[in-house]
Design a protein around this ligand. Structure first.
Ligand code: ADP
Length: 652
């Protein structure tokens, strides 16, 4: 009874905390994007444009050239000579491109002009190296003179023989590079591309990001830093430079970063890690430099680097040396060290693989803060569904909570997609409103695609996971000295993990007692024991727990001398390997001892399992209470957990 009361209480509490997203005004889709600098290569349109200008200019040039030249009859050189021979041609203009023959001498021409009966017939021919021509003209008394090349002629000659081929080569070159997809990098040599976008007013606020309450809470501080840095300076505190948003794709990391900028009302520079890595060494590094320069000019502002792992991969884990990426990473580190956060530039970065990041990136003064952006729980999913169906016409009595219940494991982006697909389903059958069935159909369609990527559990599996996690948590609560339970979750987390129970130590510990080690084993075995008690069957889900409990038992016997036969004796020696990721174990004992170790481990685990079974059987009611609550809320924090235990263990 008490249990029921509690559950509705906690639901109520969570509902109120999520009320705000529903009152929102703006949708994330309505955000404005303002591109500031667009440095980089000309785009296609511009390219075509300039070619047209060029062709027009050429046309005008040729037209002018034609105007200057008087229309003439073009004849062959030999005929030209013949006309001189015959005395027909009286005067010859030796031009650069043509020889022009006139039928009158200058004198007669002047006379004719005076008499206003100027009829001048001219012949034109292409020059030939022929010294006899001069001799011939001398003999015939022909007037001849050479004219220097005109500016226009020079221009046309140069254009045809030099500029045109050059432009042609340029066009071909550009075309080839655009084919290779790397034109930007070549043409702009390290200048940031259009992708560096300052979204002055991102239009996203924290209220637009539904669900991720814990992440928002941590980021609110960053907003405060940006708004009132004086407050922190006054007390001598250092403002953080970098915050790393860690979480699976589509959980709203980009949205959160935008929301920080939106709340603090500062410009937002966004670039993807992959954009830095170009085919030429040095391009990435100079892009980083440029990015920070721009950011400093626009401070206070936020730089958001998406997919940080694309440049930040640990330098030791990549087999082949990648100079370009390494240089880029180094430049990023240098820039981060070099600026004072006091300048008002804060770097947010997102990654879904924090474990492969170079440790140098996570050092103090760099990305020393990490904010987890996890897949949403039930209430989070409902809130996100509400946000995204704001502009969708829904049937009146639609139950989004039900949709949320069936979508465990969906990230925000999947849910946004679900709403969209449901709307498409409705349109397809010619309905004007989205009904519950549309959501179900859309869900099926998406799950088929997502099955590989995210795990979506069936109801039976969800139940098993809920009891499994409760088993861990309850044993932890019942074991003295065990680390207290911080959070229980049955939200699938992609690859492998179906749920988790998080325990946090209350203090730093350097020594562990034998009893505590046994306690750890108990907690690990609690999951499988709960499955056995409730379903009378065991599943593969406990394999990781078993591996860890066996490891502890083994260490107790071989390293800490905690067995009967080898009391206070160490049975293995550890040599740290130079790779630093583990140690090389060498066996320095007999086959017989090995057998003893194996048997003792088995015996120890068996005993502990029996003990845990006993423990949980005595508390079966609490086990049900916690698991039932978990099945509805999917996550549970320490307080809720403690309350349920308290209520259900009260004497009736
Ligand atoms: P990430 O950067 O983590 O890959 P994004 O921030 O790009 O994810 O999210 C993709 C889309 O998913 C967003 O544009 C938004 O429509 C939706 N989305 C994700 N998380 C949320 C959330 N918590 N609230 C509302 N919408 C969300």
């Amino acid at each position: 009874m008490g249990n029921k009361q509690n559950s509705s209480e906690s639901q109520h509490k969570n509902n109120t905390s999520l009320a705000s997203p529903q009152n929102r005004q703006k949708t994330p889709d309505g955000e404005k994007q303002k591109e500031i600098k667009m440095i980089g290569p000309m785009n296609k349109k511009q390219l075509q444009f300039s070619i047209w200008y060029f062709l027009a200019a050429m046309g005008i040039l040729f037209y002018l050239n034609a105007l200057v030249d008087i229309p003439e009859t073009t004849i062959e050189f030999s005929e030209f000579k013949k006309k001189i021979e015959a005395g027909e041609i009286q005067r010859v203009k030796l031009g650069e491109r043509y020889y022009t023959g006139f039928l009158q001498t200058r004198q007669t021409l002047e006379q004719l002009t005076r008499e206003k009966k100027k009829v001048e017939r001219t012949y034109r021919t292409t020059p030939v190296e022929d010294p006899s021509l001069i001799a011939l003209m001398d003999k015939k008394g022909v007037e001849y003179y050479k004219v220097p090349i005109t500016f226009l002629e020079m221009l046309v000659t140069a254009t045809v023989s030099w500029v045109l081929p050059f432009i042609l080569i340029l066009i071909i070159w550009r075309f080839m590079f655009s084919r290779m997809g790397g034109m930007g990098g070549v043409m702009s040599f390290g200048r940031n591309q259009a992708k560096v976008v300052a979204e002055g007013d991102t239009g996203v606020l924290f209220d637009d990001v539904a669900g991720a309450e814990e992440s928002k809470e941590e980021l609110k501080e960053v907003v405060d830093f940006l708004k009132t840095p004086e407050k922190y300076e006054a007390i001598g505190g250092k403002v953080p430079k970098g915050v790393l948003l860690v979480g699976p794709p589509g959980t709203g990391k980009t949205m959160l970063a935008k929301a920080v900028a939106g709340e603090a009302k500062v410009p937002f520079f966004r670039i993807s890690g992959a954009d830095f890595v170009e085919m030429f060494v040095g391009v990435g590094a100079s892009r980083v430099r440029d990015l920070f320069k721009q950011a400093r000019e626009n401070a206070p502002c936020i730089i958001f680097i998406d997919e940080l792992d694309a440049i930040g991969k640990s330098r030791s884990t990549v087999g082949m040396a990648n100079d370009e990426r390494e240089q880029t990473l180094n430049q990023l580190l240098v820039e981060m060290d070099g600026f004072e956060a006091r300048g008002g530039v804060i770097i947010l970065a997102a990654t879904n693989r924090p474990n492969i990041l170079d440790p140098a990136l996570l050092r103090p003064g760099r990305f020393d803060r990490q904010v987890l952006v996890d897949r949403p729980d039930l209430l989070g999913r409902e809130a996100i569904l509400n946000v995204h169906s704001k502009n969708v016409k829904l049937e009146k009595n639609i139950d989004l909570k039900k949709v949320a219940q069936s979508t465990a494991g969906f990230a925000g982006a999947d849910l946004a997609n679900l709403v969209n697909e449901a709307a498409i389903m409705a349109v397809r059958v010619g309905r004007e409103e989205v009904i519950q069935k549309d959501f179900e159909d859309a869900f099926e369609k998406i799950v088929a695609g997502l099955a590989k990527k995210n795990r979506v559990l069936n109801p039976k599996e969800r139940k098993i996971v809920a009891y499994h996690e409760t088993g861990h948590a309850l044993v932890a609560a019942l074991t003295t000295g065990a680390e207290p339970v911080q959070k229980i979750s049955i939200v699938p987390r992609g690859l492998g993990s179906l749920g988790y129970t998080m325990q946090l130590p209350t203090e730093d510990r350097y020594l562990v007692t034998e009893e505590e080690m046994l306690g750890k084993i108990d907690v690990l075995l609690g999951g499988r024991a709960a499955e056995k008690i409730i379903f009378n069957q065991i599943t593969s889900g406990a394999s990781n727990d078993l591996a860890r409990s066996t490891e502890i038992a083994k260490k107790m016997i071989t390293e800490y001398g905690m067995s009967e036969e080898f009391e206070n004796v160490v049975l293995s020696s550890h040599q740290p390997t130079f790779l630093g990721d583990g140690s090389l174990q060498s066996r320095e004992f007999s086959e017989e001892t090995q057998r003893y170790i194996d048997q003792t481990i088995a015996k120890m685990i068996k005993q502990r399992f029996q003990h845990v079974m006993q423990l949980l059987q005595n508390k079966e009611e609490t086990l049900h209470a916690v698991a039932t609550q978990l099945l509805t809320t999917e996550t549970m924090d320490a307080t809720e957990f403690a309350q349920i235990i308290h209520h259900s263990s009260k004497p009736k």
